[in-house]
Unconditional design. Structure first.
Length: 118
């Protein structure tokens, strides 16, 4: 499975961005699509996940009400709509694919930088 993320950039606090992650290759062995991030000087942290079918989602507490994960099955692509961005959301965002039940992710895309100016 190959993943390619896009949509990062520079935005002012309170603004919005939408990240996209396109999957290609053999995706029959994965059933979860997720987003993670790594802020400067910090470890990687979970942001959001969606089951491959799109019927279940899971969010980190710090993004609830601000970020929305969605999936387009026809395009094998998932998205992270980020609204009301805060300075502390500045990070490299990574998309990943894996197993919904264990929340273990085997496949990772290259990161996309999101910078929020205060």
């Amino acid at each position: 499975v190959q993943l390619q993320a896009s949509g990062g950039g520079l935005v002012q606090a309170g603004g919005s961005l939408r990240l996209s992650c396109a999957a290609s290759g053999r995706t029959f062995n994965v059933n979860a699509a997720g987003w993670f991030r790594r802020a400067p000087g910090k470890g990687r942290e979970f942001v959001a996940a969606i089951r491959w079918s799109g019927d279940r989602t899971h969010y980190a507490d710090f993004v609830k009400g601000r970020f929305t994960i969605s999936r387009d099955n026809a395009k094998n692509t998932w998205y992270l709509q980020m609204n009301n961005l805060k300075f502390e959301d500045t990070a490299v965002y990574y998309c990943a694919a894996g197993d919904w039940n264990s929340q273990y992710y085997d496949y990772w895309g290259p990161g996309t930088q999101v910078t929020v100016s205060s």
